[in-house]
Design a protein around this ligand. Structure first.
Ligand code: M6R
Length: 634
């Protein structure tokens, strides 16, 4: 959940490390720090708060050098202050280290180290690693790291420098991502590819229990028993512009706008003629034909995409499909066997719970398919097969384009299975594909209509909400007509049915994670079983009511809300006269599309509504509080 970077080369290390941290800040932003080795020894600068604070500081008082480390923190052990910020050092400040992960046995190690005379400066788990390396250092940093990491339990990607070996960075990995970047006589280690993209796209992926040493001459990888490992560098096809805001105010807005092209690309590369191709899918068709159950396992937004996948797979390919959050799946001994396909979905490919679910499934003999965005990530490598979403780097913490890319892949995979298992004829499949190809054009049109931060009608709605919300807060604890004291209810409800029930969950998640306003998603039919108690003139209910076989049922739900004085925002198909008759308060039109494809279109106003509400409230949209982009700890 933290981001680490290390650099050795001819450039000004401060610049490279800050550039890298800027790209990694999505991983955590509680504090940031750098350590630079130069003729004066190791110079460390660290600051609590966002990277900008450290950047400003370094601008005022630069540190020069050509080898160094950087860190951006998502706090686990110890509050986000300067002491707990990385890099951390040993007693004598000869060794300096950055870490991403959690050391589970740190307390035991710390007790032992303290007894042996080590003095600690922070409350972090990380600091024990620096002291362990200090104890094991006998003039060879690589060897000291190798001995020390064997004592660690938990997850880590570390990068370490020693004052006496001024041309070398040693890094090691266990369960937290680590890559090496190869430039022209310069080398990088980092948590993720965007950190180094400005300088190189040539990358080596480091596996668990591997140690890598970089110096000006090259890269050497060994395992924990000191055996050299041959690694192949790959060229990644991401480029730096994809990791920049490109004129948008926020990455989130930029990423929302990337969706039409992205879905077009997915369709262009995956669909040739009327056949669907998953070239990197390493699971044989004969196996896919035999599976009798599918489990989809994921977290957060990816889980919502997975819920949608269930509807698609069961409808098109007619394979019974269960969906679970990874954190539940991994601990409840699910019934998974050799004829089960487990589909794990993850943008980052590093989410700890999803990775654990993958391993658990493999142990039970199931085949695991990863639907992953980040090339070379742990999930993509450990799964039996993989389908990349190819959405490019997603920087905003709130996932948008990765979600619609996941929807597209799941839809195509459902059709692929349907063809393979002869549940749909090639003619029918061609028809579905033809309809799916309309989605990017429709999304583009909606973005023109709603996506312009200067004139969007959704921005206007967000402003109204902001005004009403603050008015309610001002009148906190009103008395109702019978004189009872009542807290204002400011929860958004998101209601949808069938394929748009997952859309409702995703709409609520988007809003709450970036605006901090409470929001709940429900299947609309469940409203009477509880959430209806929330309805009065206060909360807004977002009803997802596109043309579908369940349209009438949704209209009944809306009537029930309206008759209790609730405010309804309807997301409806353009030209829907009925919705205009029931007296909803606001209507957001979406273009007409086949009903199972409506989640692609509905996602756009839901993402934009969340975005504009957060923007009205002045929140830090790309880096919401307490969150991090990839959750590599439990
Ligand atoms: O990288 P992953 O797709 O595995 O991440 C899963 C969730 O952590 C992620 O979707 C999270 O819920 C996002 N912040 C949602 O916007």
């Amino acid at each position: 959940m933290c981001g680490i970077i290390g650099y050795i080369g001819d450039r000004d290390v401060s610049e490279v490390v800050i550039e890298g941290l800027t790209r990694l800040e999505y991983r955590g932003y509680d504090s940031a720090g750098v350590a630079i080795l130069n003729d004066n020894g190791i110079d460390i600068r660290k600051r609590p708060g966002k990277l900008n604070i450290l950047k400003a500081d370094l601008k005022k008082n630069p540190i020069k050098g050509h080898i160094g480390l950087g860190h951006t923190r998502w706090a686990t052990h110890g509050i986000p202050n300067e002491q707990n910020a990385h890099p951390h050092t040993d007693c004598k400040k000869n060794i300096v280290l950055v870490h991403n992960g959690i050391i589970e046995n740190y307390q035991m190690l710390k007790d032992g180290l303290t007894k042996r005379g080590h003095a600690f400066r922070s409350q972090t788990d990380t600091e024990v690693i620096a002291h362990l390396i200090e104890e094991n250092y006998k003039g060879n940093l690589e060897e000291a790291v190798r001995i020390s990491v064997k004592e660690l339990k938990g997850a880590y990607a570390i990068a370490v420098l020693h004052k006496d070996e001024p041309d070398k960075i040693v890094a090691a990995r266990c369960e937290s991502p680590l890559i090496v970047g190869i430039g022209q006589s310069e080398y990088f280690v980092a948590s993720d590819i965007p950190a180094i993209l400005k300088y190189t796209n040539k990358v080596i992926f480091i596996n668990n229990y591997e140690i890598v040493s970089i110096d000006k001459k090259g890269v050497r990888v060994i395992d924990y028993s000191n055996q050299p490992i041959k690694k192949k560098a790959v060229c990644v096809d991401w480029d730096i512009t994809q990791a920049e805001k490109g004129g948008y105010d926020h990455f989130m807005l930029k990423e929302i706008h990337e969706q039409p092209d992205l879905i077009s690309n997915i369709l262009n590369t995956r669909v040739r003629g009327n056949r669907i191709h998953f070239d990197e899918l390493r699971i044989k068709d004969t196996i896919l034909k035999k599976i009798d159950k599918i489990f989809i396992v994921a977290c957060g937004t990816a889980y919502h995409a997975g819920l949608n996948g269930k509807y698609m797979i069961e409808w098109l390919a007619q394979v019974p499909t269960l969906v679970d959050t990874s954190s539940e799946f991994r601990y409840r001994n699910p019934i998974v066997g050799k004829n089960t396909l487990v589909v794990v979905i993850s943008q980052s490919g590093e989410t700890a719970d999803t990775l654990a679910a993958l391993r658990e499934s493999k142990k039970k003999g199931a085949k695991v398919l990863g639907v992953v965005n980040v090339l070379g990530s742990s999930i993509s490598r450990e799964a039996d097969g993989v389908i990349y979403t190819h959405a490019g780097p997603e920087i905003a913490v709130a996932s948008t384009k990765a979600y619609t890319a996941q929807l597209a892949i799941l839809y195509l995979f459902s059709l692929y299975l349907a063809g393979l298992r002869e549940k749909r004829t090639p003619y029918k499949i061609a028809g579905y594909l033809k309809e799916l190809k309309k989605a990017p054009g429709h999304i583009k049109k909606m973005l023109e209509q709603y996506g312009d931060a200067k004139k969007s009608d959704l921005k206007h709605k967000a402003r109204i909400f902001n005004r009403e919300y603050h008015k309610r807060l001002k009148d906190y604890y009103q008395r109702d007509s019978e004189g009872r004291k009542r807290a204002p209810n400011c929860c958004f409800l998101f209601l949808g049915r069938n394929v748009n029930y997952p859309s409702a969950l995703e709409g609520a998640l988007k809003l709450k994670e970036i605006s901090y306003i409470s929001a709940e998603g429900y299947p609309a039919g469940e409203m009477k079983h509880g959430p209806i108690a929330l309805i009065d003139e206060n909360p807004w209910t977002i009803c997802i009511v596109p043309e579908s076989s369940l349209h009438e049922k949704m209209i009944s739900n809306i009537m029930e809300i309206k008759s209790r004085g609730g405010i309804v925002v309807a997301i409806a198909t353009e030209g829907d006269e009925e919705i205009r008759k029931v007296g909803v308060d606001y209507i957001i039109d979406i273009p007409r599309i086949e009903q199972t494809l409506t989640p692609f279109l509905v996602a756009i106003p839901l993402q934009l509504l969340a975005y504009f509400v957060a923007r009205e409230f002045g929140e830090d949209i790309d880096q919401p509080r307490n969150l991090a982009k990839s959750v590599t700890v439990e």
